[in-house]
Write a protein that binds this ligand. Sequence first.
Ligand SMILES: Cc1cc2nc3c(=O)[nH]c(=O)nc-3n(C[C@H](O)[C@H](O)[C@H](O)COP(=O)(O)OP(=O)(O)OC[C@H]3O[C@@H](n4cnc5c(N)ncnc54)[C@H](O)[C@@H]3O)c2cc1C
Length: 402
Amino acid sequence: MDFEDTAHEAAYRHAAKSWLARNAPGWSAPHGGEESEAQMLHRARGWQRAKAEAGYVGITWPREVGGQGGLAIEQVIFEQEEAAYRVFTIPFQVGMGMCLPTVYTHATPQIAARFVGPALRGEEIWCQLFSEPGAGSDLAGIRTRAVQSGDAWIVNGQKVWTSYANHSDFGLALLRTDVTVPKHKGMTMFYLDMRSQGLEVRPIRSMTGHADFNEVFFTDVRIPDAQRLGPVGGGWKVALTTLMHERLAIGRAPDAPSTDELIRLARSIPEGAGSALDDGAVQDAIARFYVNDAGLDFLRMRAQSAISNGRAPGPEASIGKLVMAKTRQDIGAFAMDLLECGGIEQSKAARLTDFQYHYMFSAGLRIAGGTDEVLRNIIAERVLGLPADRRIDRDVPFNALE
Ligand SMILES: Cc1cc2nc3c(=O)[nH]c(=O)nc-3n(C[C@H](O)[C@H](O)[C@H](O)COP(=O)(O)OP(=O)(O)OC[C@H]3O[C@@H](n4cnc5c(N)ncnc54)[C@H](O)[C@@H]3O)c2cc1C
């Protein structure tokens, strides 16, 4: 294993670094601080457009669809360098990381050409309509029904936790089209206009104060058959394209506070004649976080090394996401403890915004893109080779379950 950049990678990193130094905005509060959601979205769009003009989005996407036709390692390098600037990219992550790769892989070239450009430039936002009140980890349990009627499908049901649906122009929806076959075989994937008649988006305000995920209700929503991605009943296979990209995208969390920032925070809190950093218990905790973060860095480098050599990263993605989400939450909780009861209350103190945000947001991070327990199952089965979970509903028709 070689962690050093190759000559090509070093040159790419140098170019990305100097472009970022000239162009990246210096935002002190990536998660908004006092800004409204509309203001945050506006600056996120500006940054996305600047990157698109410079060729730093869609880096690995094929040239035929409007991407850069570059290497996966180039994308990794750009993201590593961009992370130093704490920019706000969340509104585009679902579209760029998951929906659009699914669209250009499974749609006709004409349809792909229609959607890729506006998404790359931040003009159109996409959301992923997969989870439902009764289907999350067990995604194949979705119940939102699409019934064919001429050259269209009529959709009824409900999705939930749909990130950025309230700001989205288009959505990728996994729908139940046949209840008489086993659950994995009766689903079909579609894309749809989020302003379709009969579609209602209700934002859910989370404890971070942001309302960035939603319930989405379908009442007789009409989706033209031309907006189907893949064959009728082939939705699970199409969803796997999306989910494979999701695990990789979500393992990064590039804008989380580092242990260096925790050290700065401890140093800024007066204790006795010195600061909280002089306390042995504080030093102990920070050392533990540092060791965890170093382990995560090595896992990332291992995945990076695989990508650099043209291989897909292995189960590192599941291990990395499991450890990263819990570490982020523990670091946030520790920062709140350092600030005693005032931790959460001092929400106006700019220097704390990131710790407070991550303390509250990382609870969701341990659920999104695979819960802790589901990731442990994956690691148990695919890394340790332990016996698989018993799945008794695999061959039973969907309408015979319950
Ligand atoms: C911040 C955030 C953003 C999200 N964004 C989106 C989005 O944009 N689009 C979208 O479609 N969805 C989104 N989701 C939904 C997310 O994919 C689901 O919440 C997730 O898959 C878990 O599903 P669930 O909530 O139904 O919980 P469940 O699957 O019902 O799980 C409940 C509990 O049971 C445990 N459990 C379930 N199955 C097993 C098992 N086999 N073995 C052991 N334990 C198990 C889980 O670990 C969990 O503790 C988002 C979620 C969050 C938190």
